[in-house]
Design a protein around this ligand. Structure first.
Ligand SMILES: [Zn+2]
Length: 380
């Protein structure tokens, strides 16, 4: 069995690492970079598992002792370091060792079990020079069970400068049967001397199909297309969106707005504009303005589908199908197309850092104009 059969997406990287495992010519350090939440940590774990697996190359459900130990994080040859919550690092400073190691182990286990979600605490510590000393001690111990000692460093951009310099010294020393896997979403924050000592592998955003497959595996249900689009190829973002309690309210409020537009109800539109503004100021929906535009666009897309009698499967918002079909009967294709063009323009403007409040009122007036003009034409 070959490496990577449990990795979805990143096909060419899987190919490259397959060759590394087959030739057994390991570099001293691999640097996995690219946008956050697309699966670098999972990839690093799978690579580490494959290198030390006793039966295959880390087949997805391998029962060998080495693979089982890695998944329980008690494999002596695979160590993981990452920025830790401030509260826990304080125990480290106090040399309250037993409690400290226990808590760290629990967090790392949690990270292994949910490899697409990085730890989030109000206050996180950097990867300090003390941690680097700990890494050094680990690196000096040769593998005891596996082929290689593998040290995974997650979010290495969180390394302080003195720590980074100390770490560089470790990379410069010859080590026996030890290699590092470094992970970052901010390559430009690393010191160039570290980068130059690594083999660099660039991860990209997951394509829609890969993301759909991973989501189906992780949450065991199909994800709506609009959520997949909002997450922009990051599983971490997708999972956050799924647990975002404000999102359903945002969707139903946006839907009400479209109702006012297609009815040609200026009073309702103004009221809705105020309601949206207060939503934006009160709620913590992830990236509210981009979410708003995407939701709006997907609703219009469905009205478009209803008007052009596209197949049912093209419907993005199955849960609001009835409302959207009704809206389609009160408007016409040219209006919907024009509205979609305007929403996309505002989306682009938002990416170029236009002030969201201005973008919102611009869009509101454009959509009003497009819809109300159609109403006026109809009454003439
Ligand atoms: Zn195995």
């Amino acid at each position: 069995m070959m490496f990577g059969n449990s990795i979805i997406g990143h096909l060419s990287l899987v190919e490259q690492f397959r060759r590394i495992i087959e030739t057994e010519r390991f570099a001293q350090a691999y640097l996995l970079c690219g946008p956050a939440g697309v699966g670098q940590f999972h990839f690093a774990l799978e690579f580490a598992r494959a290198v030390n697996c006793r039966e295959s190359q880390g087949e997805a459900d391998c029962r060998c002792l080495s693979c089982q130990k890695l998944l329980r994080y008690n494999h002596p040859d695979i160590r993981i370091f990452m920025p830790l919550p401030f509260e826990i690092m304080r125990l480290f400073d106090k040399k309250d060792n037993e409690v400290f190691y226990q808590q760290v182990n629990n967090l790392i286990l949690q990270r292994i079990e949910k490899p697409y979600e990085s730890l989030e605490y109000p206050k996180m510590s950097s990867l300090s020079i003390e941690i680097v000393r700990w890494i050094k001690r680990e690196a000096q111990v040769s593998p005891v069970e596996g082929k290689k000692k593998i040290i995974i460093l997650d979010r290495i951009e969180e390394m302080s400068l003195p720590a980074a310099n100390a770490f560089l010294k470790i990379l410069e020393e010859p080590l026996n049967d030890v290699f590092f896997i470094l992970i970052t979403s901010q390559l430009s924050s690393l010191i160039p001397t570290i980068i130059s000592r690594c083999q660099i592998y660039q991860f990209r955003r997951l394509d829609l199909e890969a993301e759909r497959q991973i989501a189906a595996k992780l949450i065991k249900k199909t994800c709506s297309p609009f959520l997949l689009s909002l997450s922009r190829g990051s599983i971490e973002r997708l999972l956050k969106l799924l647990s975002d309690e404000d999102l359903p309210q945002l969707r139903s409020t946006v839907l009400q707005g479209i109702g006012h537009f297609v009815e040609g109800d200026p009073g309702g539109i103004v009221e809705w504009g105020e309601k949206m503004q207060s939503f934006f100021s009160q709620h913590r929906t992830i990236n509210p303005w981009q979410s708003f535009c995407s939701i709006l666009l997907f609703f219009y897309y469905d009205i478009f589908s209803a008007l052009t009698l596209l197949d049912n499967e093209h419907f993005q918002n199955q849960d609001f199908k009835e409302e959207l079909t009704l809206f389609s009967k009160k408007t016409e294709l040219s209006v919907v197309i024009e509205a979609m063009i305007q929403i996309q323009r505002v989306q682009q403007a938002l990416q170029q850092n236009i002030q969201p409040g201005i973008a919102f009122y611009f869009l509101l007036s454009k959509l009003s104009m497009i819809h109300l003009r159609r109403m006026n034409d109809a009454t003439v």
